[in-house]
Ligand binder design. Structure first.
Ligand code: NDP
Length: 331
């Protein structure tokens, strides 16, 4: 038997969350599946949605085990690429949403969805990175692919004290970029500066709706975890030919702006998806995480947790109250 955080739904469509003992037979059957003894999981914005009443529109069936990320050791494998004892990481593929996820001491998934634990990372560090950090790396790589170099000027990170923002700030600073970190929590200024931010931009400065389609050219690049009005404003402040990596929607899914920044300044809006990212790109991004994210900075971002903390942490992350990254020890 092992423990899992199981979400159930009753006849009145009310969901409840409880740590529940399960047997291996309870795990979903997966053709060519790999059974993993989970060591650590984490809390991303999406986990908050999956834990919320109604599953945030992401959870298909109940009972459900959330947790979009996990890292652990292969216990049994029908997939020739993995053998007992291998250390593995999983992010994305709708695990924890459409499939049972990592908020359990065991998980069974398709071998295609796993990545071997990158050299130089422990399973705990891999979950300190998690989907949020992996996505921050994808965003930085996309900006580099579109010509961003440290000499081009300041790079903006929005939602900076959150998971994606914290990791993006630390990676960019490590690579020699001048990072301007946008936060609505002034009390996180010292934390963000320790991660490498050169200056703090108060959220209020970018919160107002677009009034002029173009403002002064300020940012050489941007990792945007917020979307909505903030992304709209940022697009009008990008330097000529610069790119914004659109990662998230913590501030809204709408983009209330015009095409003017694209047409008159050649600004690029780069979409970043971590969920369906093909395997080769995943490996590259994890390798870059292992080399370009300083592990002491990663350690500074981490808040430890256990399975019983998750219902509260799910509410906190949706309210924008979680700072940095959470690592959940499921054992
Ligand atoms: P967090 O909650 O950790 O971070 C989000 C941050 O955004 C908050 O900490 C806060 O930063 C800021 N924020 C929250 N609400 C608002 C608001 N109303 N207006 C402006 N800023 C706000 O979440 P994650 O870092 O895990 O995820 C960030 C976003 O990225 C989410 O929307 C998530 O769904 C998305 N995402 C997308 C992925 C992809 O594949 N494209 C993968 C991973 C995440 P501060 O307090 O510093 O202002």
């Amino acid at each position: 038997m092992f423990n899992a955080l199981v979400v159930t739904k009753d006849d009145t469509d009310t969901t409840s969350v409880k740590i529940t003992p399960l047997s291996e037979d309870d795990l979903p059957h997966v053709d060519g599946g790999v059974t993993v003894a989970v060591e650590y999981s984490t809390v991303n914005y999406k986990d908050g949605l999956c834990l919320s009443p109604g599953g945030g529109g992401l959870v298909r069936n109940y009972p459900h085990v959330p947790g979009i990320d996990f890292a652990g050791t292969v216990e049994a494998s029908e997939d020739p690429r993995y053998k007992t004892g291998d250390k593995v990481v999983l992010t994305g593929w709708r695990v924890g949403e459409a499939h049972w996820g990592g908020y359990a001491q065991k998980a069974r998934v398709r071998g295609d969805w796993l990545v071997p634990l990158p050299e130089g990372l422990t399973t705990r560090q891999a979950m300190a990175v998690g989907t949020a950090g992996f996505t921050a790396m994808l965003a930085v790589m996309a900006l580099e692919d579109h010509g961003l170099t440290p000499d081009k000027g300041e790079v903006l990170v929005t939602g900076a004290a959150g998971g994606v923002g914290s990791v993006a700030t630390a990676i960019l600073a490590h690579l020699g970029y001048q990072v301007a970190a946008v936060t609505g929590r002034p009390e996180t200024a010292a934390y963000l500066k320790d991660l490498g931010a050169a200056r703090i931009v108060p959220r209020a400065e970018l919160a107002e709706t677009v009034k002029r389609p173009l403002e002064s050219e300020t940012w050489a690049g941007c990792v945007d975890a917020v979307g909505g009005d903030m992304l709209a404003r940022v697009l009008g402040q990008m330097k000529y030919g610069a790119s914004v990596a659109a990662v998230g929607l913590a501030g809204g899914a709408k983009l209330p702006t015009s095409v003017v920044p694209f047409l008159l300044r050649g600004v690029n809006l780069l979409g970043i998806d971590s969920v369906m990212k093909p395997f080769d790109g995943r490996l590259k991004a994890w390798e870059r995480v292992a080399t370009d994210l300083p592990m002491d900075k990663l350690a500074d971002m981490v808040q430890p947790a256990v399975l019983s903390d998750l219902p509260q942490l799910g509410q906190d992350i949706l309210a924008g109250k979680v700072k940095g990254r959470v690592v959940v020890d499921v054992n």
